[in-house]
Design a protein around this ligand. Structure first.
Ligand SMILES: Cn1cnc(CC=O)c1
Ligand SMILES: [Ca+2]
Ligand SMILES: [Ca+2]
Ligand SMILES: [Cu+2]
Length: 724
C-alpha cells in the first residue's frame, strides 16, 4: 500500500479537527430544544462539555481498510451537561455526518442507565467556585490558620494557600462532597500540606448552598467551623505550628543543589539523524521500517494506536490506554479517601507542550493536539505528541565468532533503533509518560513511566504505617498505580485463539543410562476456551507465555502464527473484590482478561466513574460475565500493569522515571519464518582478509561515514586483542 493510501485509510481514526469541532458546536447551539448556553454559565444550564471522534464499528472499518468498502461516516460523540432539567443529567449525543452535521441522537448507555449529574467531572467553573467557597469558609478562622502556618487565602501575597481536592467525592452514588487538602502555594505545593483538610459538600447546583461538613486538623475531627474555633480557643486542639517556612529552601523545587564528582554543566550526548528521518508521519499515519499504523488521542484516556501492520499485514487493530488509577492509604481523611481514577480527570487532555531535548529528542517530530473539553472552543495543545527514532545503545543482534586463540572468523552486528510515539498526561501532581515503541524485529513495547510530584499529606506519627516521612510534617502516602490497556490483536486475521504455556516437570527413565532418571521441564500448553478461563486474577501466578494465535494459519515450520504478550509489571489489586469503589474498576481484578471483541465493549474506562465508582457507568466484569466462547474468534486482551509505590526520601523533589516504568511487550512467536529484522540494512559484517588479521573486509549497507554528528571518521574495526 502506498503512503498516500495509508494516510487516507488512517484518517478513519483521526481525531476531530478544529473546524469539525466548530461546526459541531454551531450545529448543536442552533438546536433550540437543547437550550444550550456557553459553558462558563452556572451549573443549572445545559452546556456542551466535550466532544471527540465517535469511532465507527470495527466491521465497517475493516470493510473500508481491507475490501475497498465505503469509508465509514465520520461522526462525533458530544457530552452535554443537562443542568437545566427537572432531573439534571449527563447525556452523550452522536452527531453527524462530519464535517457538516445535520443530525444528532442520544447514545443510550448499556442497560439504559442514566449518567448521573453528580458523576460528571469537575469543570473549571466548579473549581473557581470551590476556590471562592474555601476563601469564604476559612475567613472565619483565618487568624488561626495564620497563627499556625503563616499562610492564608486572604491578602496573602507570597504566603498564599492552595488546595487539592481528592476523589471519589463521597461514600455512595449521588454524592458530591470532596475532601480538600490545604497546602502552601509555593513551587511544588503538593509537598506542602499545612495540616488542615476540609470536607465540602458541593452537590447543590447553587454554590451558595455548599457546606463544610467536617474539618480535620492534625489528627482531630470537627463537625463545623464553629466547633473548630471554639475548641481552638478553649485549648482543646493539638496544635502543630509550622510557621518556620523558609522561601530559600529548595526542598520542593527543581533548583539544582549539591555537586556530583564529575560535572554536568555541559551538554550530554544527543540524538541526531545524520542522513535525515527514516520514518514518515502523514497526518495521523506513520510508516517506519516494516511498520505502519494510525493514532489518535482521546480526551478520557489518551493515546490509541490503530491498524498496526508489519509488512502490510495487520497485527493489531487497536492498542490503547484505557485507564490509570492510583489508590492511596493513610491516616488523614483525604489520604484514606484518595482513589484517583484518572480518566475522570481527563488525562487524555492533559498533554502539555513537550520540551525539546528533555521530554523528547530535539530532532523528534512534534505534533499539536486539539481538545474541545470544558471550553467553548477547540484549544490547541502545541507540540503535545512526539514521534522519534531512537538508538537504543544496545545491539539488536550481534556475534563475535571467536577462534578461541585471539582471532575470529567474523564479527557481525545489527544496530538497534526503535520508533517511539509519546504523549504525556500531567494529572495534577503526577506526570505519566506514555510510550508506544516499534522495534525492527516485529516487537511492540507499550510502556508508562511515572514522574512528577507525589501526593502527600500532613505527617502524624501513625502515618508511618502508610508511607515515609519525607520532610518535616510531610508524609508520602503509599499507593498502587494500575494502568489498563486494550490490546485488540488480530493475528493473521481476526479469528484467533488464546493459549497459555508454562512448564511442568517430568521424570523419565534415562534412555542412555538404564536405572537412572532424567528430570526436566516439558511444555504445558493450555488452550483457553472461554472468557472466564482466560481471566487471570491478581494473586495467582500468570502463566509465562500468553499467546494470541491463529489456529488456521501456520508459519513455514508448521507452527500456528502467534504473538506473545510479555509483562513488565509488579502489579497487584487495590481493593477486595466488590468492595464499594472497587466496582468501578473491576478490570483491576485481572492482570489479564481475554474477551470476545464487541463494539459495545469499546473501553473499560469512563469519565464518570471517578465521581461515581459505586454504581459505575461501565462495569468491566460484565464483559466476561457471559463467559463467551473464545476459540477462533475476534479476541481482545485487557492488560493491567502497575506497581506499588511506597514513597521515600528520594521521591523528593520528584518521583523519577528509572524503576518507575511498567508495561508489556507484544512479541512475534512463530509469526514469521525468521526474525524479520534480517531486512535491516543497519548491519555490519567484518571478516579477516588474511591470516594475520592485518586487513579486514567490512560489509555494510549504510554509508561508510556516519556524518558530523557522531564522528567524521569512518567506521573501523580490528577485533583482535593483539593489535592496537
Ligand atoms: C488530583 N489527582 C488526580 N489524579 C492524580 C494523579 C494520580 O495520583 C492527582
Ligand atoms: Ca463477553
Ligand atoms: Ca482481535
Ligand atoms: Cu506513585
Amino acid at each position: 500500500k502506498s503512503s498516500s493510501k495509508g494516510r487516507h485509510m488512517a484518517s478513519v481514526f483521526s481525531d476531530l479537527t478544529p473546524d469539525e469541532m466548530k461546526s459541531i458546536k454551531s450545529f448543536l447551539m442552533d438546536q433550540q430544544q437543547l437550550k444550550l448556553v456557553p459553558s462558563q454559565n452556572t451549573f443549572g444550564n445545559n452546556t456542551i462539555f466535550m466532544m471527540e471522534l465517535n469511532l465507527p464499528r470495527k466491521s465497517r472499518v475493516l470493510n473500508f481498510l481491507d475490501n475497498d468498502g465505503p469509508k465509514p461516516q465520520r461522526e462525533a460523540k458530544v457530552v452535554i451537561f443537562f443542568g437545566d432539567q427537572p432531573n439534571p443529567n449527563v447525556t452523550e449525543l452522536l452527531v453527524g455526518p462530519l464535517p457538516h452535521p445535520y443530525y444528532y441522537r442520544p447514545i443510550t448507555p448499556k442497560g439504559n442507565k442514566v449518567i448521573r449529574f453528580e458523576s460528571r467531572p469537575v469543570t473549571a467553573m466548579e473549581y473557581e467556585n470551590l476556590q471562592k467557597k474555601l476563601a469564604e469558609v476559612t475567613k472565619e478562622f483565618n487568624h488561626i490558620i495564620m497563627e499556625l502556618t503563616g499562610f492564608s487565602f486572604h491578602n496573602c501575597s507570597k504566603r498564599c494557600l492552595a488546595f487539592t481536592d481528592i476523589a471519589p467525592r463521597g461514600l455512595k452514588s449521588g454524592e458530591r462532597r470532596s475532601w480538600i487538602i490545604l497546602q502552601r502555594f509555593v513551587d511544588g505545593f503538593f509537598l506542602h500540606p499545612i495540616g488542615f483538610e476540609i470536607l465540602l459538600n458541593h452537590r447543590s447546583l447553587d454554590p451558595k448552598q455548599w457546606r463544610v461538613e467536617k474539618i480535620w486538623y492534625n489528627g482531630q475531627y470537627f463537625d463545623s467551623v464553629k466547633e473548630f474555633i471554639e475548641k481552638y480557643e478553649n485549648n482543646q486542639v493539638q496544635k502543630m505550628p509550622i510557621t518556620d517556612f523558609n522561601d530559600q529552601d529548595p526542598y520542593s523545587t527543581f533548583i539544582p543543589r549539591g555537586e556530583f564528582k564529575t560535572k554536568t554543566n555541559v551538554h550530554g550526548p544527543k540524538i541526531c539523524e545524520p542522513q535525515g528521518k527514516r520514518y514518515k508521519v502523514l497526518g495521523n499515519y506513520v510508516e517506519y521500517t516494516g511498520w505502519s499504523f494510525a493514532f489518535r488521542v482521546r480526551p478520557s484516556a489518551g493515546l490509541q494506536i490503530f491498524d498496526i501492520q508489519y509488512n502490510n499485514e495487520r497485527i493489531a487493530y487497536e492498542v490503547s490506554i484505557q485507564e490509570a488509577i492510583a489508590f492511596y492509604s493513610g491516616v488523614t481523611p483525604a489520604a484514606m479517601q484518595t482513589k484517583y481514577i484518572d480518566s475522570g480527570w481527563a488525562m487524555g487532555t492533559e498533554h502539555y507542550e513537550l520540551a525539546k531535548g528533555i521530554d523528547c529528542p530535539e530532532v523528534a517530530t512534534y505534533l499539536d493536539l486539539y481538545n474541545f473539553y470544558d471550553s467553548d472552543e477547540p484549544v490547541r495543545y502545541k507540540n503535545a505528541l512526539c514521534i522519534f527514532e531512537l538508538p537504543t545503545g544496545i545491539p539488536l543482534r550481534r556475534h563475535f565468532d571467536s577462534t578461541q586463540d585471539g582471532g575470529y572468523n567474523f564479527y557481525a552486528g545489527v544496530e538497534n533503533h526503535v520508533l517511539v510515539v509519546r504523549t504525556t498526561s500531567t494529572v495534577y501532581n503526577y506526570d505519566y509518560i506514555w510510550d508506544f515503541l516499534f522495534y525492527q524485529n516485529g516487537v511492540i513495547e507499550v510502556k508508562v513511566s511515572a514522574t512528577g510530584y507525589i501526593h502527600a499529606t500532613f505527617f502524624t506519627p501513625d502515618g508511618l504505617h502508610y508511607g515515609s516521612k519525607v520532610y518535616s510534617h510531610v508524609l508520602g502516602n503509599l499507593h498502587t498505580h494500575l494502568i489498563n490497556y486494550k490490546v485488540d490483536l488480530d493475528i493473521a486475521g481476526t479469528e484467533n485463539s488464546f493459549q497459555s504455556i508454562d512448564l511442568k516437570y517430568e521424570n523419565i527413565s534415562n534412555p542412555w543410562s538404564p536405572g537412572h532418571f532424567i528430570v526436566q521441564s516439558r511444555m504445558d500448553s493450555h488452550l483457553r476456551v472461554s472468557e472466564r478461563d482466560a481471566a487471570f486474577k491478581f494473586g495467582s501466578p500468570l502463566p509465562r507465555y500468553l499467546m494470541f494465535m491463529n489456529p488456521n494459519k501456520n508459519n513455514k515450520w508448521g507452527h500456528y502464527r502467534s504473538y506473545r504478550i510479555q509483562y513488565n509489571s509488579h502489579a497487584h489489586s487495590v481493593l477486595p473484590r466488590g468492595w464499594e469503589a472497587e466496582k468501578g474498576i473491576s478490570w483491576s481484578r485481572y492482570s489479564l482478561a481475554v474477551t470476545r471483541h464487541r463494539d459495545s465493549e469499546l473501553s473499560s474506562n469512563s469519565m464518570y466513574i471517578q465521581c461515581d465508582p459505586w454504581d459505575p457507568t461501565i462495569n468491566f466484569e460484565n464483559f466476561i460475565r457471559n463467559n463467551e466462547d473464545i476459540v477462533n474468534k475476534d479476541l481482545v486482551a485487557w492488560v493491567t500493569v502497575g506497581f506499588l509505590h511506597i514513597p521515600h526520601s528520594e521521591d523528593i523533589p520528584n518521583t523519577s522515571t528509572p524503576g518507575n516504568a511498567v508495561g508489556f511487550f507484544l512479541r512475534p512467536f512463530n509469526f514469521f519464518d525468521e526474525d524479520p529484522s534480517v531486512a535491516s540494512r543497519s548491519t555490519v559484517i567484518v571478516k579477516p582478509a588474511d591470516e594475520t588479521f592485518s586487513r579486514v573486509t567490512i560489509e555494510r549497507w549504510t554509508p561508510d561515514v556516519v556524518g558530523q554528528c557522531v564522528s567524521d571518521k569512518p567506521f573501523r574495526y580490528n577485533g583482535t586483542y593483539f593489535s592496537d
